[in-house]
Design a protein around this ligand. Structure first.
Ligand code: PLP
Ligand code: 3DJ
Length: 400
């Protein structure tokens, strides 16, 4: 049984167009890394690039690097690298600040773009907590009422009072992929703006922001985009909204002429409006270098492998793990699945601890969810088989 699945894994890996990409990452063969949905692995070439940024650009060129090393324009330049990965034409994506800060900019910006008589903001009731906390504050600051709705119930919650809806593309806990085209269309039919959090979809699946008419979106770059711990997030503002986008954090970096240093504020044109203060250059340039691993990789190929990997992992779990010990809360339907598998399990904390001790790194979402993230650029089918086999060993009390 195990031999069959091991052979299948080997033949799937042999046919995998992305197999060669794994070499680009600092990973050791003794460990199956299934936590790229929390922190992506390090692309091997990034340390050398950072050594140059620190010793030469900072150490030797010092202040000149803002111009000569392109530091000042890094937020737009890196935004342009991310744009095709999320289906955005140039000029709409800016990189900087945390996702949380960008959720604030995007949501308040959306409310300011909406018809002022509308007095409700809808937030995804299953959201990653930071979006909910910030939506609550944004509602208080803008004098709106916050309404929580499950993504599936959103069409019913929308109405003439809705100014904007903030929704997660993929649920961080279950891995459920929400219907971005359908929900965006419903939000628009109600006359409101759709703001999407792409943290768990950017770099994992095609998002097609422009094609689906999304209004604003945010996403992080330290998961499937491998930008590094605390790497800056991105903000997308659809071109049609850029002239009216009124950032609630209009720092000097978003000024039309920052070095004029005038007391009066005048917003820059384009995506630069989403900038705030001095960019965190070291993290930003680590992200820029990390994005090289995407050269020549269409996100559709990544998606196809992601679905094949999660299908195969689920099959291995069904085959190896004794009946009833785990329950998948990740949808089976491809159209409803992100790039992770979440299994509910008794004693999940102890189980994950033991998995990690045995070289299978996933994570735990309390109280009982084992999360396994599949990053197609570096996770193999052999990894998926081994993870399921080790999970079965742990649950059956077999020693490793
Ligand atoms: C959906 C989602 N939004 C936001 C965040 C985090 O935001 P920040 O980068 O500000 O910590 C995460 C993960 O940390 C997330 O999964
Ligand atoms: N951003 C994180 C961090 O700074 C520490 C630990 C984990 C994270 C995460 O990204 C968690 C992640 N968003 C999640 O889906 O749970």
């Amino acid at each position: 049984m195990s031999e069959d699945l091991e052979n299948r894994a080997a033949s799937l890996d042999a046919r995998d167009r992305l197999a060669g990409r794994r070499e680009l990452f600092a990973l050791d063969d003794g460990v199956v890394y299934l936590d790229g949905n929390s922190l992506g692995a390090l692309p091997r070439h990034v340390p050398d690039r950072m050594a140059d940024v620190i010793s030469r650009e900072w150490g030797e060129l010092r202040i000149r690097s803002w111009d000569e090393s392109g530091w000042w324009t890094a937020p737009e330049r890196i935004g342009a690298r991310i744009a095709p990965l999320v289906g955005a034409a140039p000029g709409q994506v800016i990189v900087g600040d945390s996702t949380s800060v960008n959720v604030f900019k995007a949501l308040v910006g959306a409310v300011r773009l909406a018809d002022g008589d509308r007095d409700e903001i809808i937030v995804d009731a299953t959201t990653f907590p930071t979006d909910g906390y910030i939506a609550e504050s944004a509602a208080r600051l803008t004098g709106k009422r916050l309404v929580a709705a499950l993504p599936g119930d959103l069409p019913d919650a929308l109405g003439p009072r809705t100014a904007a809806a903030l929704v997660n593309h993929v649920d961080y806990r279950t891995g459920r992929l929400h219907d971005l085209p359908g929900i965006t269309a419903a939000v628009h039919a109600a006359g409101a703006l759709a703001v999407w959090d792409l943290c768990h979809s950017a770099g994992a699946l095609p998002v097609d922001l422009d094609a689906h008419g999304v209004d604003l979106a945010v996403g992080c770059t330290y998961k499937y985009l491998n930008g590094g711990p605390g790497a800056p997030a991105f903000l997308y503002v659809a071109e049609r909204h850029l002239p009216g986008f009124d950032s609630p954090l209009p720092g000097w970096n978003s000024h039309a002429d920052p070095f004029a240093m005038t007391p009066g504020y005048a917003a820059a044109e384009g995506a630069a409006r989403g900038r705030v203060g001095t960019p965190d250059i070291l993290s930003m340039l680590a992200l820029e270098a990390a994005l090289d691993v995407w050269d020549g990789v269409p996100v559709e190929v990544v998606r196809a492998k992601s679905l094949a990997l999660t299908d195969f992992f689920l099959e291995c779990v069904r085959t190896y793990v004794p009946e009833g010990r785990v329950t998948s809360v990740t949808p089976e339907a491809h159209g409803e699945r992100g790039s992770q598998v979440s299994l509910c399990c008794a004693d999940a904390h102890a189980v994950m601890k033991e998995l990690i001790a045995r070289g299978v790194v996933g994570d735990l979402r309390r109280p009982d969810v084992l999360r396994f993230g599949f990053t197609p650029l570096y996770v193999s089918f052999a990894d998926a088989e081994r993870a399921a086999r080790v999970l079965a060993d742990v649950l059956s009390g077999r020693t490793g």
